[in-house]
Design a protein around this ligand. Structure first.
Ligand SMILES: NC(=O)c1ccc[n+]([C@@H]2O[C@H](COP(=O)([O-])OP(=O)(O)OC[C@H]3O[C@@H](n4cnc5c(N)ncnc54)[C@H](OP(=O)(O)O)[C@@H]3O)[C@@H](O)[C@H]2O)c1
Length: 232
């Protein structure tokens, strides 16, 4: 049941980047109000305008990151792994118990000058578990969307064709799985406890290597077989 303290909007922090903007386009197409967050109100407004131009009737605003969070039940954290802690610090005081913060970050070795086909160790075990440790009490961390290529999100005339492993506590996990179903070709997969984000995040490094070896410019994705229909 929807919590009356929150509205139906999806906030996307760093929604000015390719991944966040792609998700904004898809969720706006599904009819959800979108709040694009940025460190710069000008960049946020420009990204909101791009969504309005692409999606007729889109309900989208551009805000600075803390303002974007207020009253949104779901907040997507769409910034590179290495900026995750600083962005949570920026918005911490705007967060309220009951909100869901979705971690999409991947600790790629490129963050420290290495290869994007490898990951680096994170003290807490994964980017998502680091997010969980940094959030205020009562704000839920959920891991999702790390294996979805931005390029495919932007091609609105094509289904995305990717499974999304969603991990975290049961109730927020189910809410984020339901969000996946709003996007044609995405399927939310019950990824259990948030510690499984260690596996999901490392798959992204593998996909980046596949993109290079198979010369896939619009990005590879993942599909699980053998799961019961309608009960993923
Ligand atoms: N790109 C993909 O195909 C893809 C696929 C799967 C998962 N992801 C994940 O999605 C997230 C976003 O990816 P992306 O490719 O969209 O990233 P990006 O374009 O490099 O950055 C996204 C946004 O992060 C904000 N940002 C940059 N530096 C920052 C800093 N120092 N502090 C705070 N915010 C900063 C910027 O927003 P403002 O300047 O407007 O504040 C920027 O537009 C990442 O966690 C990535 O792992 C991406």
């Amino acid at each position: 049941m929807a919590d009356p303290s929150f509205d139906n909007a999806i906030a996307i922090l760093g929604g000015t980047g390719e991944q966040g903007l792609g998700l904004a386009l898809r969720f706006a197409t599904a009819g959800r109000p979108i709040r694009i967050g940025s460190r710069s109100i000008e960049r946020a407004n420009a990204a909101a305008e791009r969504v309005r131009a692409a999606v007729r009737g889109a309900e989208v605003s551009g805000d600075e990151n803390p303002e974007a969070c207020r009253r949104a039940q779901v907040i997507l954290l769409s910034v590179p792994f290495e900026h995750t802690a600083s962005i949570i610090k920026e918005v911490r005081d705007a967060l309220t118990a009951g909100q869901i913060v979705v971690s999409m970050g991947v600790p790629l070795a490129s963050a420290t000058g290495g290869s994007a086909t490898q990951t680096i160790g994170v003290w807490q075990g994964s980017c998502a578990e680091m997010v969980a440790a940094l959030l205020p009490k009562g704000v839920h961390a959920v891991s999702a969307f790390q294996n979805v290529a931005a390029h495919r999100l932007h091609e609105l005339d094509r289904p995305v064709e990717c499974d999304v492993v969603v991990s975290g506590a049961e109730r927020p996990r189910k809410q984020v799985m339901a969000l996946c179903e709003l996007v044609p070709g995405l399927r939310g997969i019950d990824g259990g406890a948030i510690a499984n984000a260690r596996i999901t995040e490392s798959i992204t490094a593998l996909l980046i290597g596949l993109n290079t070896r198979y010369r896939v410019s619009d990005g590879t994705g993942i599909r699980f077989t053998g799961l019961p229909d309608g009960d993923s």
